[in-house]
Design a protein around this ligand. Sequence first.
Ligand SMILES: [Zn+2]
Length: 250
Amino acid sequence: MLKLSGFIVGTILGSFLGVCIDRMPREESVVAPGSHCQKCGAQLGVLDLIPVLGYVLTWGRCRHCGERVSIWYPVLEIGCGLLYAGALGKHGFTLSAANFLILISLAVVAAGIDLEHRVIPDRLTIPWMVVGLLMGAFFRGFQGILSRVLGLLACGGLVFLIAVLSRGGMGGGDVKFMALVGSFLGFLGGITSFVLACIIGAIVGVILIVLGIKSRKDEIPFGPFISVGTIIVCIFGDRIIPLVFPWLRL
Ligand SMILES: [Zn+2]
């Protein structure tokens, strides 16, 4: 039941996150006007707005002008459904789950925008860092906030250092994104997310070069790898964090 409701909420939220990915880089409001066809501007009806099903019922086309709707919308909706189901199945209806679900949602949007536009907007990271820090108070009061400040500074600082040393490998958006992750996951979770991001990024990078899809000179955005690492820690952190920090296992 928990997983099913997580899946349904996830698909609905995924559809909203898709709107955020489309509109945030263009500095548009994510709530008004309502969703409309990109080509003819027709307002989408209630049926069209049902995640996944709306896409299937219309055969992936606009009811009015027949324009193709990107397959990425239903993919994103199903993906978010699975992530929400996974996180809720693991953590139940708890405060931790809420913490993780907010971060997973932010990570999905950051990955989508970074893939498409090679930026991670400040309004996706900076205000939410404050939310992440304050949420620490619900867990361990003032100490909770402090430990998250430490996570924010450590994660942001580490990527800032790498960005300066590598001169262009990572950008300011990545620094702020990692600081955001640190503010939600604290030091251990944040650093583990970054380690995973580097490992996955290296593997994917090699594969893309071997397959000839990218050359050595092409820049591959790093944000999506931070997102993947972060999401893995949000769902499987209890098993993965001890692998990165084995000396902490008592
Ligand atoms: Zn249309």
